[in-house]
Ligand binder design. Structure first.
Ligand code: SAH
Ligand code: SF4
Ligand code: F3S
Length: 490
């Protein structure tokens, strides 16, 4: 596949930006000089990143952003389809918009987009049962949002666009970021893996990578604007660079970003175990700006279930990978995703998952009850285990992991960490260590967005408490050794 087939042409992007201008004229006529938009994002960081691009377009159309749908002229929900629960939540919240629109603002424009809308049966449901929704588009039409909104404004009719033929990357749109020091940087879109339970390849299309020069240019811009942490995003970042042929793999891309000037850290997600190469682990170990945190979803500890899931590795292969990674980076934090109750999973399969969890001792774990997704292969598999048993397994897994996490975090007490401060609330600061532990400590708001050294004073199951280090010269000397081990980029 050549680049022409992967990227939206520059003319098409220019045309969409012209639609921004045309739409803004109609918007001013309808809502006055400063129309207000409320944007809410469901789902993964990939969706958050898409919303930043959508907000860039809205900003170009003249919108300012507000915090409540009640105050908005345009409400946009960027939706997620990964589990049924996510979809139910979206539909509930869309339902709640109806009385707001009726009572507060009859002209309110309601827009639904993202993964959930890319499914024909959902778009149809919205068309039939949610007549007050004005505009629906799927993941492939994001770059055409200005045109779609313009058409809605001009023709004053409902617009639905969930066509699938447009699996392309659009470069050159402005991006609206809510905060400058922590940034999402998409490096690829889509997924080729077709894990049998997963809706993502169905709603996001085939894997396609951004060109290294585009990624590096965006990274430089982010750093120049104060980014302290850049998270590279993709459903399977380890297979970066194949379509189109980018002339480099993910490890090589990481080295290039690591070589950029500036005081910043690099994270990435998500890594697929089947494509996690020795070269990548070595690169993580070598690159001083790359955090020693690996999110490596295992999904199950049973080879039989892994096969049924189409994951492409065995539990033993996963364990070998983790061992290799720990050997190279003794301070590595490994986190993972696990699905409980996959169709046909038996007691002995679940036991193998528990065994694996106890062997790896993850820093943290995202656990999900299996949720059948229409159109996936697993949705058609027989699923004899009842919901009650699955819930018991789920509780057992969460309980065991909680104990593991509690023991791990107890070991962190009295250690010093380099923390990127993310938030301030009533004199308490919250940040993340390079290993991605959340830590809370007293401090001043002016530290938000900067790195600071914190000593852990107490460890709960989910978060750590701490205090600012370096308050005295003695402490600086005492913590220096630990600091060497736990803080790679002071
Ligand atoms: N691309 C990433 C994950 C994307 S979805 C990867 O391959 O690791 C995030 C997580 O949601 C998955 O890792 C999986 O654990 C969970 N998930 C996906 N589909 C699911 C389903 N149908 N039911 C329950 N959990 C699911
Ligand atoms: Fe879904 Fe598997 Fe692709 Fe991840 S790798 S997005 S779980 S199909
Ligand atoms: Fe959800 Fe789509 Fe992300 S289904 S998890 S928002 S790719």
């Amino acid at each position: 596949m050549n680049t022409k087939d992967v990227f939206v042409s520059a003319q098409a992007v220019t045309q969409q930006r012209e639609y921004c201008r045309l739409a803004s004229e109609l918007l001013i006529r309808r809502f006055g000089d400063t129309p207000r938009a409320f944007v809410h994002t469901y789902g993964c960081q990939g969706n958050v990143s898409d919303s930043e691009r959508i907000k860039g377009m809205l900003h170009e159309m003249g919108f300012v952003f507000c915090d409540k749908p009640e105050d908005a002229d345009l409400v946009l929900f960027n939706t997620c389809a990964v589990r049924e629960h996510a979809e139910t939540r979206v539909l509930g919240n869309v339902g709640a918009l109806k009385p707001i629109k009726e009572a507060k603002n009859h002209h309110m424009i309601i827009v639904l987009c993202g993964c959930m809308m890319q499914q024909a049966h959902i778009a149809e449901k919205i068309r039939r049962s949610y007549s007050y929704v004005n505009l629906v588009f799927g993941t492939f039409a994001i770059y055409r949002f200005p045109e779609l909104l313009y058409r809605h404004l001009r023709e004053n009719k409902r617009i639905f666009d969930i066509k699938e033929e447009d699996e392309k990357i659009a470069e050159g749109f402005p991006v609206w970021r809510d905060r400058s020091f922590k940034a999402w940087l998409p490096i690829m879109y889509g997924c080729n893996n077709f894990c049998t339970y997963c809706i993502v390849p169905h709603v996001r299309g085939r894997e396609r990578s951004r060109l290294p020069e585009q990624i590096l240019a965006e990274a430089k811009e982010l750093i120049a604007n104060g980014a302290k942490e850049i998270t590279l995003l993709g459903q399977n970042v380890n297979s970066y660079g194949k379509t189109p042929d980018c002339g480099m793999n993910f490890a090589q891309l990481l080295r290039k970003i690591n070589a950029l000037d500036g005081d910043f850290l690099i994270r990435f997600m998500t890594s697929h175990p089947k494509d996690c190469s020795d070269e990548l682990l070595q690169t993580m170990a070598d690159c001083e700006k790359v955090e020693h945190h690996l999110h490596l979803p295992v999904q199950s500890g049973s080879d039989r279930v892994l096969r049924e899931m189409n994951r492409g590795y065995t539990a033993q292969e996963y364990l070998c990978l983790i061992e290799k990674a720990y050997r190279l980076m003794p301070d590595l934090a490994v986190t993972s995703d696990i699905i409980v109750g996959f169709p046909g999973e038996r007691e002995e399969d679940f036991q193998k998952t528990l065994d694996l969890v106890h062997e790896v001792r993850f820093s943290s774990l995202f656990t999900f009850l299996y949720s059948p997704r229409q159109g996936t292969r697993a949705a058609a598999m027989s699923d004899p285990i009842g919901a009650k048993t699955k819930s018991e397994w789920f509780r057992k897994l969460c309980g065991d992991q909680e104990q593991i996490a509690a023991m791990r975090s107890k070991n962190l007490v009295d250690k010093s960490f380099c923390v990127l401060v993310e938030e301030e609330n009533e004199g308490m600061l919250t940040g993340r260590t390079s290993e991605n532990f959340c830590i809370t400590f007293p401090g001043k708001k002016n530290l938000v967005g900067s790195f600071t050294n914190v000593i852990v004073t107490d460890a709960g199951n989910w978060t750590l408490s701490g205090r600012l280090a370096m308050e005295s010269k003695n402490e600086r000397l005492e913590t220096e050794n630990e600091h060497e081990r736990y803080c790679k980029n002071p």
